[in-house]
Design a protein around this ligand. Structure first.
Ligand SMILES: [Mn+2]
Length: 397
């Protein structure tokens, strides 16, 4: 019988720690302070449990993470912030944008924010490989939803821009739960109001270019980047579009991409050049002369087999692990100023898998911001101008 040389668990043949071993070590470094506070508050507000319950951290009324199927559906069970004037007291603010009047085929993304919140209850605040525990490392709130106007894109856009500008200007990191992709224009317009003379690059994950001026005679979800890149703070040369391709790309939009020289990588481009090179390309173009990066993640950038609950599913997209790897490389290496995840349509979803994918994108982004030292913020980033620039869009009041 051959004697195998001794190898410690979770190391490779050369004795280097595996990712799993590093994850085991990282967990040891994490505090349990936030968890203990949650338990204490649960017992204070939710009463001590019945006598037969041996685990005395359990209250009578569910008031924290557990059980996962219980509780009120904010995102990741974060506190609901009723008074939005207090939003600057938090590191991250979740903002729902239940708007689907910009949809050109299958609607339902008005239910996206609630669908994402509901399945987010499945998640713990801890990620194994990254060694991040959001409950211990950042403060998160859910400010609820923007009051959108269902029959009117333009009025909804004004509401979205005003709400996003408020959150962004407060210093809280904004994370938007869409909503269809028409919200991409008013969100960027909202942050530009607080950029002063600073500039933002947009990294756009999508199967579709979303660059035409109008569609069906209105500014629909096929149009956000035409209008966003008309704003001086958001140059088209810093728009990076990842995963574009297939049979749903309108030729009017392609013409605009050519004219404005946006930066497009198809799925084949990404897989042939490799994920690291693709992320480097995105970072280089988005950060060329800009001060921060806005991430606009259309869930349909992922292959339709993984995300059936969306308006325009298109086979041949990114694999989830490819999209998540690109996201990791980008978020950890750019000054990210906000994130929107759009086009989750729960009425078309199966077993919440599309909404879960959106939850994953959001939680991963927060963790990468922690790993890269961007969160928690010690002070407001320099790209947030103390005064709102009202002339950013005169019509928006
Ligand atoms: Mn799309």
């Amino acid at each position: 019988m051959t004697e195998l040389p001794f190898q410690p668990p979770n190391s490779d043949r050369n004795g280097h720690d595996s990712e799993a071993q590093r994850a085991l070590d990282k967990e040891r470094q994490l505090p349990l302070t936030g968890w203990q506070q949650e338990v204490d508050q649960g017992l204070k507000y939710g009463l001590e449990a019945a006598n037969s319950i041996r685990d005395r951290t359990i209250p009578t009324f569910s008031r924290g993470e557990l059980p996962h199927y219980a509780g009120i559906n904010t995102f990741l069970k974060a506190p609901y912030l009723e008074d939005v004037r207090q939003v600057g007291n938090y590191d991250v603010a979740i903002v729902g944008v239940p708007h689907d009047s910009g949809t050109t085929y299958r609607p339902g993304t008005r239910f996206g924010p609630q669908g994402i919140r509901r399945i987010s209850a499945l998640y713990t605040p801890y990620n194994f490989e990254l060694g991040v525990d959001l409950r211990e490392q950042i403060t998160l709130c859910d400010v609820g939803d923007i009051f959108t106007i269902p029959a009117n894109n333009e009025k909804s856009f004004d509401q979205i821009s005003k709400g996003v500008a408020h959150v962004f200007g407060s210093g809280a990191f904004p994370i938007l739960l869409g909503g269809d992709h028409s919200i991409g224009f008013p969100t960027v317009r909202g942050i530009c109001r607080h950029l002063g003379d600073k500039k933002v690059g947009i990294i756009h994950f999508d199967r579709h270019v979303d660059t035409q001026e109008t569609d069906l005679d209105e500014r629909m979800h096929t149009c956000p980047w035409f209008h966003a890149t008309n704003i001086a703070n958001a140059p088209a040369k810093n728009l990076v579009q990842l995963g574009i391709g297939g049979w749903q790309v309108p030729r009017q939009g392609v013409k605009v991409c050519r004219e404005r020289a946006t930066n497009i990588l198809t799925v084949t481009d990404i897989t042939e050049m490799g994920l690291d090179a693709a992320a480097d390309f995105a970072l280089e173009r988005a950060l060329d002369g800009t001060d921060c990066v806005w991430i606009s993640f259309d869930i349909d950038c992922i292959d339709a087999g993984f995300v059936p609950g969306t308006g325009w599913p298109e086979p041949g997209g990114l694999l989830p692990r490819e999209a998540l790897y690109l996201l990791k490389k980008i978020v950890q290496n750019a000054p990210v100023c906000g994130l929107e995840v759009v086009e989750v349509s729960p009425p078309y979803d199966i077993s919440d898998m599309t909404a879960l994918m959106a939850t994953r994108v959001i939680c991963d982004t927060m963790a990468h911001l922690v790993v890269s030292g961007q969160l928690p913020r010690k002070e407001k980033p320099a790209y947030i101008h103390p005064e709102a620039k009202l002339e950013a869009d005169a019509a928006w009041t």
